[in-house]
Design a protein around this ligand. Structure first.
Ligand code: HSE
Length: 444
């Protein structure tokens, strides 16, 4: 019998589950007229069936048993919105084995266990929708795997964690210290359950793993991604960055060069006139360069009930159209997830960028020449410098911007410099984008 509607079961009735349900229920009529067939929310499974999420659900929809969703022969699409690795992984694999298409927002799961899940989906000829896993409402997955299919992607720069962007924005605009800004972000409900994922760059690295895999065909390589968070950023460095004409952002970078791809997440100084540098608060942005398009910038809300729910519903609608069109007999190729790449991931020590360095040095004759001598011995060339104040008895900040240098050389040089008697404490370093090539590609 020909199918005339598509049934959906959601597992996980948290923030994103509630947003998804709200859109499916409130916009049922609009969705039906746009698609030409109805999307029916059959069940939502969550262990907590009591908490008021502010949505009036038709009776019998909310259940506490995920197995009923996974084993219901009438459910076509299982939407996993519970998060975490276990039992989300087992539930998804069970849904796939049962021939159900899957939609998930679970970036941590895909970044770490994506191979197994996509392999199983290919075997069972079902689709996996994961738009909501990266940059919330911004349809970046669709862009990379469908809209830009005619491009060779050259680079991606993303602000893909709203919490850390909110914290850095507050530190920049209001001079708050890191801890105070984090507390504000938590109070507003932006941070993940464990904020470590947000502030240590792990959430960004999960999302970058997915984007890099799609863009360059490399395996999901979460463990190989260099990841550094924002916990050591101080108002002092934000102020110096500003004096040099830069803003500090937690940037996720994937860049192809020859047969290698750099994949890294770390606080980065960006020229203030780059469009992406003006992305503030909880907003996300992804800047992409492709050989046919030149450059694009995508901007929008990266988290929250309705924005992320919108991304989930977009995936549900796509898969539902496919189900109706093919009546479940054909498998839609998971474009971009065929991992036959020629690229290998560049080791972080081989990456070359410009650097910002802040030394705490005693203002004595010869100190600067010792520092610059060590930098020179390691092939690091200084571009500009600021020294603030003069206190003979106390270390003062000496701040430098360098030309492009290799990470390995920089780490070796800093080790030597940190050992100098005239240098107090560890030198602060930040990587800089756009330090050498102010060519306006990113500019407004
Ligand atoms: N904690 C994430 C963020 C939520 O701050 O961006 C969406 O993944």
């Amino acid at each position: 019998m020909k199918k005339t509607s598509v049934n959906i079961g959601i597992i996980g009735f948290g923030t994103v589950g509630a947003g998804t349900a709200r859109i499916l229920l409130k916009k049922r009529g609009e969705l039906e007229s746009r698609l030409g067939f109805p999307l029916t929310l059959k069940n939502i499974a969550d262990l907590d069936t009591e908490r008021d999420r502010g949505i009036k659900l038709p009776p019998g929809i909310l259940i506490n048993d995920a197995q009923r969703v996974l084993n219901d022969p009438e459910i076509d699409i299982v939407v996993e919105l519970m998060g975490g690795i276990h039992p989300a992984k087992e539930f998804i694999l069970q849904a796939i084995r049962n021939g159900k298409h899957v939609v998930t927002a679970n970036k941590a799961l895909l970044a770490t266990e994506g191979h197994e899940i996509f392999r199983a989906a290919r075997k069972s000829r079902v689709d996996i929708g994961f738009e909501a896993s990266v940059a919330g409402s911004i349809p970046i997955i669709k862009v990379v795997r469908e809209s830009l299919i005619g491009n060779r992607i050259q680079s991606i720069y993303g602000i893909i964690n709203g919490t850390s962007n909110y914290i850095l924005t507050k530190m920049t605009e209001e001079g708050l210290d890191f801890t105070t800004a984090l507390r504000e972000a938590q109070a507003l409900g932006y941070a993940e359950a464990d904020p470590t994922f947000d502030i240590e760059g792990i959430d960004s690295a999960h999302k970058l793993t997915i984007l890099a895999s799609l863009s360059f065909g490399i395996p999901f390589s979460f463990k190989k991604i260099y990841t550094e968070g924002i916990t050591k950023i101080t108002p002092l460095d934000i102020q110096f960055a500003s004096e040099f004409g830069y803003k500090i952002k937690l940037l996720a970078v994937a860049k192809q060069e020859g047969d290698t791809v750099e994949v890294r997440v770390h606080p980065t100084m960006l020229p203030k006139d780059y469009l992406i540098a003006s992305v503030n608060g909880v907003f996300n942005a992804v800047y992409i360069e492709g050989d046919a398009i030149g450059s694009h910038l995508y901007y929008g809300r990266g988290a929250g009930e309705m924005p992320t729910g919108s991304a989930v519903v977009g995936d549900i609608a796509d898969i539902a159209k496919n189900i109706i069109a093919t009546q479940n007999t054909e498998y839609r190729t998971q474009t971009g997830l065929i991992q036959d790449t020629k690229y290998r991931i560049k080791k972080m020590e081989d990456v070359q960028t410009c650097y910002y360095l802040r030394f705490s040095a005693f203002d004595k004759p010869g100190v600067l020449s010792r520092i610059s001598g060590i930098l020179g011995n390691h092939n690091i060339s200084i571009k500009s410098m600021i020294q603030k104040g003069r206190k003979l008895e106390k270390a003062v900040p000496v701040v430098m911007m360098t030309h492009e240098a290799r990470e390995r050389d920089m780490m070796r040089a800093l080790k030597e410099i940190n050992g100098l008697p005239a240098v107090s404490g560890k030198t602060v370093y930040l990587r800089v984008e756009g330090g050498n090539n102010q060519d306006g590609r990113h500019k407004g």
